[in-house]
Design a protein around this ligand. Structure first.
Ligand SMILES: [Zn+2]
Length: 193
């Protein structure tokens, strides 16, 4: 499967002028929900990731909600292991709810849709380690950070799409006067239509 083509064809790569959560600006943004609109693609991508992950012998998949849930579930399904997700509370702190308990598992893989700085993955690793369990590798469909390790663990991905980002001062898109949008807001939908 040509993954990058799939991202383009499903509209998962948005082109424009985006304000990232880091405060930096970028000309592209990846929204995997656009691929997951087609369950067969989610299944294929989950399978492809599970093939790459299986050699680490994971016994559980953990994903951060919401972005990681669909792909994490698909990876777990192909690996035939349980799946848990962690979610942010109103204060933005990531936690396990619903009596999800990773402490019964010893070889956990963290699966996300997109990995950029690895912030969410790091938060999930902290959470798993607090429960005296262990993460053995991390994974995402798209790696935007050109990072191949997080805390000494491999980052397994299907697509490498290094993020080009700028500070506001040096941003060429600002200089051209292109409206800045925050991904996930209505503004993007307006731009897409
Ligand atoms: Zn800008």
């Amino acid at each position: 499967m040509e993954y990058k083509k799939l991202l383009e064809e499903t509209g998962a790569i948005l082109h424009g002028h985006f304000l990232l959560s880091s405060g930096l600006h970028s000309d592209s943004y990846v929204q995997c929900a656009k691929i997951f609109k087609y369950p067969w693609y989610a299944e294929d991508l989950g399978y492809e990731l599970s093939v790459k992950i299986s050699k680490y012998g994971p016994d559980c998949v953990v994903s951060p909600a919401i972005g990681g849930i669909i792909i994490g579930y698909e990876v777990a399904r192909h690996l035939n292991v349980p799946f848990l997700f962690a979610e942010r509370d109103d204060d933005g702190v990531i936690k396990f709810r619903r009596e999800f308990d990773p402490s019964n598992f010893k070889n956990i893989v963290v699966v996300e849709d997109v990995i950029t700085t690895g912030k969410s993955t790091n938060e999930v690793i902290d959470l798993v380690e607090e429960s005296r369990s262990r993460v053995i590798c991390t994974s995402a469909i798209v790696n935007r950070g050109s990072i191949d390790q997080i805390r000494g663990m491999p980052v397994i991905s299907l697509i490498s799409l290094p993020l080009v980002s700028y500070t506001r001062e040096e941003c060429p898109l600002c200089k051209k006067g292109i409206p800045l949008v925050r991904p996930g807001t209505r503004k993007i939908k307006e731009n897409m239509s």
